[in-house]
Design a protein around this ligand. Structure first.
Ligand SMILES: NC(=O)c1ccc[n+]([C@@H]2O[C@H](COP(=O)([O-])OP(=O)(O)OC[C@H]3O[C@@H](n4cnc5c(N)ncnc54)[C@H](O)[C@@H]3O)[C@@H](O)[C@H]2O)c1
Length: 313
């Protein structure tokens, strides 16, 4: 992992959504820095973390199996961790929010409030959370395009109110399409699935055409580490990237790395984030960082899959 902050301790850090894609990658990076990490998720599944961090390091993580909609469980986990920083990643993605909006709102919004409450009551200095590019209002109704986006908009506003009411400074990042080894949940997991199929010599069709901000997972983790070292003096909300590329650009990058790859896309159009994106608040907070170009991110992901296949063989 590239990056600064090699000496400053960031922890103890409590990461919610630890079983998931971004959670496992972030925890692996924190462990690599020697930080004390506590995990929270509704299920304990360390498989991705084991892949990324190895048996010994993955075993160092204290794990709370807890539901973020349960305030008492969240409070207990934050207190037990003695967390200096809380990274809140647990959420339901677009499809489950569409299927069960009440549960989606409960997990994404009530869960967020429970995390903010536990953080402020236990004196956590930093709260970093993931909103989403889906939070941007758009179209003739000037509203997010789905329930998931509404929940993400809500948590941004609730975080701002927590600053007004309690002086709690938070950092909310709006990723768009993060890709890499281990991405399995959500509509845009198809991007990572296509790269995986190329690595494994399988045929794969991405079910849509679209333009999106592709963000390699290690770049997003680097941004998160820098955020954990920053001292915001207010409630920050920021996009991570403003640059968009197309699914065809992704397919070209896969073929450049893996000329024999049998990957293509369907013609169905998936709406793009056709709103002005703004990463200036993030740059003001953490400075500049290196963007991982699409072809490099694809190459690094394919190498990871290959290494995993070799270990399993
Ligand atoms: N991956 C992306 O491209 C992307 C893009 C935009 C925003 N985000 C946001 O980043 C965060 C992490 O994304 P991800 O890709 O790692 O998602 P993921 O689905 O892989 O991980 C989410 C984790 O949350 C956990 N979880 C769900 N409900 C819970 C509950 N009630 N209590 C405790 N844990 C619960 C799940 O078990 C899962 O491990 C989410 O907030 C997501 O909305 C991700």
């Amino acid at each position: 992992m590239e990056g600064a902050h090699d000496t400053q301790s960031l922890g103890p850090v409590l990461v919610t959504g630890a079983t998931g894609f971004l959670g496992a990658w972030l925890i692996a990076a924190l462990l690599e820095r020697g930080e004390t990490v506590h995990a929270l998720d509704i299920v304990e599944d360390r498989r991705l973390l084991l892949d990324l961090a190895g048996q010994e390091r993955a075993g160092e993580v204290a794990w709370a199996v807890a539901d973020v909609t349960d305030a008492a469980q969240v409070e207990k986990a934050v207190a037990r961790a003695g967390a200096r920083a809380v990274v809140h990643l647990a959420a339901l993605t677009i499809p489950p929010c569409r299927e069960d909006p009440a549960r989606g709102v409960a997990v994404n919004v009530i869960g967020h409030v429970n995390v903010l409450e536990a953080a402020r009551r236990n004196g956590a200095e930093t709260v970093l959370y993931t909103s989403s590019a889906a939070s941007h209002p758009r179209g003739p109704l000037n509203a997010p395009a789905n329930v998931y986006g509404v929940t993400k908009r809500a948590v941004e506003d609730i975080s701002k109110v927590y600053f007004l009411d309690h002086g709690l400074a938070t950092i909310g990042l709006r990723p768009n399409v993060v890709y890499g080894l281990g991405r399995a949940a959500g509509e845009t997991a198809a991007i990572s699935e296509a790269i995986r199929a190329a690595a494994e010599g399988r045929r794969y069709t991405i079910p849509y055409a679209s333009s999106m901000c592709f963000q390699y997972v290690e770049e997003v983790v680097e941004v998160m580490l820098r955020c954990l070292a920053a001292r915001p003096d207010g409630p920050i909300v920021s996009d991570i990237t403003v640059e968009q590329e197309t699914v065809d650009d992704l397919l070209a990058a896969i073929r450049a790395v893996e000329p024999g790859a049998q990957v293509d896309r369907a013609d169905r159009h998936r709406p793009s984030p056709d709103v002005p994106l703004d990463d200036a608040p993030l740059r003001a907070l953490i400075g500049t960082w290196r963007h991982v170009p699409l072809e490099e991110g694809v190459r690094r992901t394919i190498e990871r899959h290959r290494a995993r296949l070799e270990t399993a063989a």
